[in-house]
Design a protein around this ligand. Structure first.
Ligand code: FMN
Length: 167
């Protein structure tokens, strides 16, 4: 069962959760949806709102779903789903039915999709879009290390409109 909680009551260390435990970015509806693993992103305050920011490279199938929907979800899991997250982070929804392959159970709600097995879900309403622009990166090693293919991320700033915790 999920219960709605205040973002300030989240006990998780979000930096650790995103970078070490990873998250699924998902968007879409019952007809069509997709999810992908992400470990780059952040949560914080911006423009008087609680926000989550995520970074999606142009070749990701998930990009289309996040672009086409007003809302996306960030789902966090326990270690028992690490294999599912590895799958969603190495295979594309263009070739695989990730829901079928991982056994994750989609919950279509709040204008988006998230997963029954998640421990924590952030429902995010898009409020700004951006692009990583190489000319704005001051540390050249970021370009050489992270963008040898010049596939600069699209940036999505989402207002965290609902936080769900599994009880
Ligand atoms: C641990 C981990 C973290 C990842 N983080 C990101 C990320 O932050 N942004 C991104 O664009 N891709 C990231 N990826 C890669 C995508 O998850 C991967 O390319 C995925 O297969 C895309 O699926 P899709 O084509 O169905 O969207 C990550 C992969 C892994 C394994």
């Amino acid at each position: 069962m999920f219960i709605e909680i205040d973002i300030r009551d989240v006990k998780k260390n979000m930096l650790k959760a995103i970078s070490d435990e990873w998250m699924l970015i998902s968007a879409g509806n019952e007809q069509s949806s997709n999810m992908m693993t992400a470990s780059w992103g952040l949560t914080g305050e911006l423009w008087f709102r609680d926000v989550a920011v995520c970074f999606i490279r142009p070749q990701r199938y998930t990009l289309k779903f996040v672009e086409e929907n007003e809302t996306f979800a960030l789902s966090f899991f326990g270690t028992e789903q690490k294999q599912a997250l590895s799958f969603c982070g190495s295979k594309s929804g263009r070739e695989y039915d990730k829901i079928k392959e991982t056994g994750l159970t989609p919950v279509y709600s709040d204008g988006t999709v998230y997963y029954e097995q998640a421990k924590l879900v952030l429902i995010c309403k898009k409020i700004a879009l951006g692009n990583v622009k190489p000319e704005q990166i001051l540390d050249e090693t970021v370009i050489t290390r992270c963008y040898p293919e010049k596939d600069f991320h699209k940036i999505f700033v989402g207002e965290i409109v609902k936080v769900l915790e599994r009880r």
